[in-house]
Design a protein around this ligand. Structure first.
Ligand code: IMP
Ligand code: ZN
Length: 332
């Protein structure tokens, strides 16, 4: 089966984690030549063919490196455009890209978001096959007022921004302390997706219960779950954004691909599964690779793969017209 040609939906991709090492290198090279950066070459910091990041080594990569490189309009524009090009070439027809609004020395968080929205709009003018919407991420380490500001931005750019996410290092605010964000997520009028039970630290019953009390439409990862949260997922027929390569390569799940909880949920009627890449720039596995892995390790034939790809349609945040377009273009 041609997994690249298969029209696909990507619902769980972090923008700056999706930038390839090659693009980061190009951005770095231009800045290095004009003496705008003293950072080391991305191809040295993140050698190509090194996808073995774990939860400890992963998060500092952003805060102490990638964010230092993607600081201004040209670099953020270039990074965004190359990410969109990568998904398009991989056969993605609908993309919900998420990103954490942040200030840089020359940009406010709002400038950061409008730069990305402008890059998306410019890309869509010449590439009509893929539609892209943005989700804004609140980082678990954020303080409450930063999170409030992100909600305000999401509401302001609603339409092109279609949802709100909770992400970040799962060891921050353990044991239900993420409840500081409850008033914000409960007040949000946009649909929610949250990183859910990524590891033991973020899989306490207190945290899972709190996150479910926000009524998210989708859950990312869903690894360390208790029976109660599994029951709620089944009762609400939620959509799970499952990330095979990221989980296996980062050692977040054990027993390789064949033992991934994707198998358990695929067999669960009503619950929707949407495969995603999380951070293709870091883990190096494109969405077409994720479908190939699912077919290989779970014995899915072409019809089952097409049905799997279509499961995400009903769970997109981009509205009914978009769902209808996807029902037309996605293979049966
Ligand atoms: P950005 O929001 O576009 O800058 O994408 C990178 C950010 O996404 C990182 O700083 C993390 O906070 C978040 N992120 C990426 N992958 C994961 C994940 O697997 N779990 C939780 N957060 C993640
Ligand atoms: Zn993620």
């Amino acid at each position: 089966m041609d997994f690249k040609a298969l029209p696909k939906i990507e619902l769980h991709a972090h923008l700056t984690g999706s930038v390839t090492r090659r693009t980061l290198h190009d951005i770095w090279e231009a800045k290095h030549k004009s003496q705008q950066t003293t950072l080391e070459d991305p191809l040295v910091v993140m050698p190509e063919g090194k996808p073995d990041y774990n939860l400890k080594s992963f998060f500092p990569l952003f805060s102490s490196y990638i964010y230092e490189l993607l600081t201004d309009v040209p670099s953020i524009q270039q990074a965004t455009t190359s990410v969109l090009q990568g998904f398009l070439e991989d056969g993605v027809v609908y993309l919900e890209l998420r990103t954490t609004p942040r200030a840089t020395p020359s940009l406010t968080p709002e400038d950061y978001i409008t730069t990305i929205l402008d890059a998306i709009a410019a890309f869509e003018q010449t590439h009509h096959e893929m539609h892209t919407r943005l989700i804004l991420s609140i980082d678990r380490r954020h303080d409450v007022s930063t999170a409030e500001n992100i909600l305000a931005l999401a509401e302001k750019y609603r339409g092109r921004v279609v949802g709100l996410d909770l992400c970040g290092d799962p060891s921050a605010r353990p044991d239900g302390q993420i409840s500081v964000f409850t008033p914000i997520f409960q007040r949000a009028s946009l649909p929610l997706t949250v990183h859910f039970g990524e590891c033991v630290a973020s899989g306490s019953p207190e945290e899972l219960e709190t996150l479910l009390s926000w009524h998210p439409g989708r859950l990312g990862h869903a690894i360390c779950l208790d029976e109660e949260s599994k029951k709620v997922i089944r009762e609400r027929n939620l959509c799970l954004e499952l990330l095979l390569s990221c989980n296996v390569q980062a050692g977040m799940t054990q027993g390789g691909f064949a033992n991934h909880h994707f198998g358990e949920w695929l067999a669960c009627d009503g619950v929707k599964v949407s495969l995603g890449t999380d951070d293709v720039g870091v883990f190096g596995s494109e969405l077409s690779d994720e479908y190939r892995l699912a077919a290989e390790h779970f014995g899915l034939d072409q019809k089952q793969i097409c049905a799997l790809a279509r499961q995400g349609i009903e769970a997109i945040f981009g509205g009914e017209d978009e769902k209808e377009r996807l029902r037309q273009v996605m293979w049966i």
